[in-house]
Design a protein around this ligand. Structure first.
Ligand code: ATP
Ligand code: MG
Length: 448
């Protein structure tokens, strides 16, 4: 029998439930992760005790009603929240989102039957060991995502499961069992009925999976339901020496080439989405994509808004896309100009983006591109760690200094500081108070 090491607090919760005459098991993701030898990020519990009874059993703890109607009470133990959910049989799903009604059950089997995939439909406690009626442990060791029950029916009940299957395949590096896969492909448009927030969370996890590239390629028709704008990149050949893949295949390779972090992965997924619209052909038959970063950033903004991404995240992704193809050179004046415009953080992230992009292109000029990028990165780091000035924050005069010499408050001050900063960056003025004030006085006397 497979051993799972339950944390002390989880044991305590199960012991209390059992001591009160009920069942208690760890269930779902934590059992799956434990059997894989990975540390679960949270422990969910299931029981035949009803929500009111759970509250009573844990009356001396802080409890939170986070969905009593669906049977879930959270109990706070040692500053950690544990969700305890009553065995449930889900009713019909008229909107393919949440069950219209749930009814509680007193059988663990019913609860496991409502779960999405066999690897997520296992329960465990120390008395009974693993409860695994659907062969989840076998699928886990074979690396298979398989629906509990008939795939078409399960996706019909809740279409988010289509995307969850892809998410688990991408993050666990699993394959999808043929019947499940068939149903995913044939029922993919049901995803149109799912709330954007639910899509967003699963999509971000999928993108950060080790095997995201494979899933994005194999199931691109599902991705196209979520993001129809990507369809333009499918099989879109780039008639350019720099590329040996169509835009979508290049995109997917670029996704794989960045660290599994939502910001970087989302940026790579959309970085070339503007290419099909931006394509022009010159008289030699060579294609150019001059405006694709700008067009791509605008398209991406719309997509990410629709997916309910947070505004700060959208802004950052769109800025990265807008500048992803900028031709940086290892020259201090140029780089300080960009540092002023975008900040140090963004510039360093752009280095990661450009590297991933280059490595997803053909080998034409690759060595040159990479060595230029390394030189740019080195120069950026040198500027950032030196005391050299590229931002208003570092400038040796401030707005207060300008007020002091007679500037009226208002945009004129901002404009003057900006001009002074440009002069310092260009090397035409030292970053010293006296020289800057003197120049500010000259600018002040000049009529606008
Ligand atoms: P993670 O490690 O990402 O949290 P998880 O398997 O715990 O993965 P959750 O979304 O936290 O995923 O869901 C917890 C459990 O609830 C799942 O393991 C599964 O048994 C069940 N579940 C979640 N969503 C669904 C769904 N849409 N349909 C059926 N069962 C679901
Ligand atoms: Mg979970």
């Amino acid at each position: 029998m497979m051993e799972i090491k339950l944390p002390t607090d989880v044991k305590m919760i199960i012991d209390r439930l059992c001591g009160s005459g009920y069942d208690g098991y760890a269930v779902g993701g934590c059992v799956r992760d434990s059997l894989m030898g990975a540390a679960p990020h949270d422990w969910d519990l299931t029981t035949d005790a009803l929500p009111d009874e759970i509250e009573r059993i844990f009356a001396d703890y802080k409890t939170l009603d986070i969905g009593k109607r669906f049977g879930t009470i959270a109990v706070m133990v040692n500053a950690e929240l544990y969700e305890i959910t009553t065995y449930r049989v889900d009713g019909a799903y008229s909107d393919a989102r949440h069950p219209d009604e749930v009814s509680f059950s007193d059988r663990l089997r019913d609860d496991l039957a409502r779960r999405d995939f066999t690897v997520n439909a296992m329960a465990y406690n120390d008395r009974e060991g693993l409860v695994d009626p659907y062969g989840g442990a076998r699928d886990l060791s074979d690396g298979v995502i398989r629906c509990v029950g008939v795939p078409a029916e399960r996706f019909g009940e809740d279409a988010l499961r289509i995307l969850r299957a892809l998410r688990f395949a991408a993050t666990l590096g699993f394959t999808i069992e043929p019947e499940t896969s068939k149903a995913i492909l044939s029922q993919r448009t049901l995803l149109n009925t799912i709330a954007a927030e639910r899509i967003r969370d699963e999509l971000l996890k999928l993108l950060c999976g080790d095997q995201a590239d494979f899933i994005l390629r194999r199931y691109r028709s599902v991705i196209a339901v979520l993001i129809p704008e990507l369809k333009g990149t499918f099989d879109f050949e780039q008639h350019s020496k720099h590329h040996n893949r169509d835009v979508y295949r290049h995109t997917v390779a670029a996704v794989r080439n960045v660290e599994p972090e939502p910001l970087l992965r989302v940026t790579m997924l959309f970085h070339d989405i503007g290419k099909p619209l931006a394509q022009t052909t010159d008289k030699h038959g060579i294609c150019h994509y001059r405006n694709h970063p700008k067009i791509g950033a605008a398209m991406t903004r719309e997509i990410l808004r629709r997916l309910c991404m947070p505004n700060a995240f959208i802004d950052e992704v769109c800025t990265m896309i807008r500048y992803h193809d900028e031709r940086f050179k290892p020259e201090p004046v140029m780089l300080k100009g960009y540092l002023k415009l975008l900040g140090a953080d963004m510039m360093l992230k752009l280095m990661l983006i450009q590297r991933a992009d280059i490595l997803a292109q053909s080998i034409y000029l690759r060595a040159e591109k990479l060595s230029n990028l390394a030189a740019v990165s080195d120069e950026l780091r040198r500027i950032i760690t030196s005391e050299e000035c590229y931002s208003l924050r570092q400038l040796a005069v401030s707005g207060a200094d300008l007020l002091h010499i007679g500037y009226a408050s208002g945009i004129r001050i901002g404009q003057t500081l900006d001009q002074l900063l440009d002069l310092v960056i260009a090397g035409e003025l030292p970053n010293e108070k006296e020289a800057l004030i003197a120049r500010a006085k000259e600018l002040f006397d000049k009529p606008e």
